[in-house]
Design a protein around this ligand. Structure first.
Ligand code: F6R
Length: 612
């Protein structure tokens, strides 16, 4: 959701900005633009649609020898995706250009005040007030940095900003508050600002994460970091470990398919080095310091959004079953606005791939305000949620580029199993049970690879069902959230209507929809609720509904009930979701591709939802 790249140095900023914007494409956008400043001359270009449209409008051969530049991919919030609304935006005197990710909440008031002072606005965006506000302070005689600072004290909201100003043409100022922004540095005078590190991997691995209300001033000879109030700060330089291949398609037609095929590896990376077989427990370095507090908690609230929320739903069952600690999953977007009751000895766990989801972050702020212990399961190292929590566990799944989350979902499930196991072993879970879970968890990647071998069959199924426009996904217990996840993935990627339902709820409404044109995907693995699922399938068949079942290998009986069956290997019931979700991810992927959609960048969606 909006991507920002900024550059200060002695190279031509044009290809650096365009390359960075391409790397940020996965975040989701509908228009793009750049502004470069060299020797007091601006080169500005914007376009609606894909970066390729922007590239067509500019010439790389334009020989710009160094300077400062800012680039932006915009995901429309205030105003349609038009050329006029595309960033960067400028001041009346054309000296100040700004790219912004976030929302300026009081922009209407500021805009009216600026209009009264004679400022002319072109766009419908909230962002446009920023260059005009900075201009207003510059006119009063303040230098660039001070004008930015004063402008920041006037605005309310969330922002990651990159700003350039032809009055001080060697400077790029980057400011952060609640929206993601980091700085990249090199030893040879190249400085960068970006929404995330993937945009910078080809240039540098040395990163400085900005905190809220901090700003960086970059130029070709160095960088300074200060708080918005002007206090200079010394920040730690972190070195990224991500491999370049992790952001390449590596021969796969789409990132989504590559990432589905990386699901077994994502489980391995989540559990490697974290299993202590002889103690039947997990070793989780990130929560080691608070293990005594964790041994005393009697409630765990899990909060997240979207697919991460669905992982949290399974987490709720896992924590209760393995540890006996009461647990509840809550949408972060609800938790932040209701008045959540936080009892003594409870903790909140935020689950997030990006670590930047605005609602999840806000839920954590709310919990912290009520003195609750905060934990995180986060994939992106150094992200806002990772830094906001008291302690946490990283997924180590590597960058996830496909907008629809796949490999990180199974990674989240793996970490939730480890956490539930850890809490369980602190309480009443027996050593034997703990060892059984560890053994089974370790065998999952192999079983997942067996499922992946069935990709051609799943593709065939997707083709067979691709003529339908409505789907019901059903599951019970641990597989109920998998029914939701299967449906969510199908609708995101293919734009067909798919509803996930707890199968026990089918008779209370959705059964009314069933007919021969409304197929159901039923997760009917051999477990404690299998017979119940079998009855649901019978009920659908009795109403001429078609059924595609996900069943456990060896269940021949189901072929007589369901129209089509995809088999998965047997595992422990609490671990089943890691296997049952895999065919559903593949099904959604092939379905979307067959319908001719860009599955890596589904319409209207953003990878990192940094505004609420
Ligand atoms: C769906 C999907 C989203 C995210 C949600 C939360 O495929 O990817 O529903 O799961 O936006 O994102 P994170 O995990 O980054 O907090």
């Amino acid at each position: 959701m909006c991507g920002i790249i900024g550059y200060a140095g002695n190279k031509n900023p044009m290809p650096i900005l365009i390359g960075g914007l391409k790397r940020l494409e996965y975040r989701g956008y509908d228009s793009a633009g750049i502004a470069i400043l060299n020797a007091k001359k601006f080169y500005v270009q914007k376009s609606v649609g894909k970066i390729e449209q922007l590239v067509k409008k500019i010439s790389y051969r334009q020989n710009i020898e160094g300077g400062v530049g800012i680039g932006h991919t915009r995901w429309a919030t205030h105003g349609k995706p038009t050329l006029t609304n595309a960033h960067p935006h400028n001041s009346c005197d054309n000296k100040i250009w700004v790219a912004h990710n976030g929302i300026i909440e009081n922009y209407k008031d500021i805009k009216n005040q600026l209009i009264a002072k004679g400022h002319k606005f072109k766009s419908e965006t909230d962002t446009e007030v920023i260059p005009h506000l900075i201009e207003e302070y510059s006119k009063k005689g303040f230098d660039f940095k001070k004008s930015v600072r004063l402008a920041m004290s006037d605005i309310k909201g969330t922002y990651a900003l990159t700003i350039i100003n032809s009055d001080e043409p060697d400077k790029l100022i980057a400011v952060k508050n609640s929206s993601p922004l980091l700085i990249g540095i090199t030893k040879n005078g190249q400085y960068f600002a970006a929404s995330d590190a993937t945009a910078l991997l080809t240039h540098t691995r040395e990163i400085i994460y900005l905190n809220d209300k901090e700003m960086a001033v970059l130029n070709g000879t160095g960088y300074q970091i200060e708080t918005i109030s002007g206090q200079s700060i010394n920040k730690k330089i972190e070195v990224l470990k991500e491999k370049e291949e992790s952001i390449q398609k590596s021969g796969f037609p789409h990132f989504m398919l590559k990432e589905i095929f990386e699901e077994p590896e994502a489980v391995e990376n989540a559990i490697n080095g974290r299993l202590i077989y002889k103690e039947g427990t997990a070793k989780l370095g990130g929560i080691e310091t608070i293990k005594n507090e964790l041994s005393k908690i009697n409630h765990l609230t899990i909060t997240a959004c979207g697919t991460a929320y669905l992982a949290g739903q399974i987490g709720e069952y896992l924590v209760e079953e393995l540890s006996g600690v009461s647990s509840k999953v809550e949408y972060a977007s609800e938790f932040r606005y209701k008045n959540p009751v936080i009892k003594n000895n409870s903790a909140i766990l935020a689950v997030s791939q990006s670590g930047e989801t605005a609602d999840t972050l806000a839920a954590l702020y709310e919990a912290e305000r009520k003195n609750c212990l905060t934990l995180g399961i986060v994939n992106v190292v150094g992200s806002s949620i990772a830094r906001q929590t008291h302690a946490g566990i990283y997924n180590h799944a590597g960058p996830e580029i496909g907008v629809a989350s796949t490999k990180v979902f199974v990674s989240q499930l793996s970490v939730l199993i480890l956490l539930a196991l850890f809490l369980g072993r602190q309480r009443n879970l027996s050593l034997t049970e703990g060892k059984k879970i560890i053994m089974e968890l370790s065998s999952l990647p192999k079983k997942m690879r067996q499922i992946l071998k069935q990709a051609p069959l799943i593709k065939k199924m997707a083709r067979k069902y691709s003529k339908f426009d409505n789907f019901l996904y059903l599951g019970r217990k641990y597989n109920m959230p998998i029914a939701y996840e299967g449906a969510l993935k199908l609708k995101e990627i293919s734009y067909v209507h798919a509803e996930g339902y707890g199968a026990g709820e089918m008779k209370h409404g959705p059964i009314a929809m069933i007919n021969k044109n409304f197929p159901s995907v039923a997760i009917a693995t051999t477990n404690s609720v299998y017979e119940k699922m079998e009855s649901n399938i019978e009920e659908i068949k009795a109403r001429n509904g078609r059924v595609l079942a996900i069943a456990t290998k060896g269940n021949k009986k189901i072929t007589k009930l369901a129209d089509d069956v995809i088999y998965i290997p047997k595992t422990l019931e609490p671990l089943e979701p890691i296997l049952t979700v895999l065919p559903l991810h593949l099904f959604a992927y092939y379905f979307g591709v067959l319908r001719g959609f860009d599955v890596d960048k589904p319409r209207n969606l953003a990878k990192s939802v940094t505004v609420e």
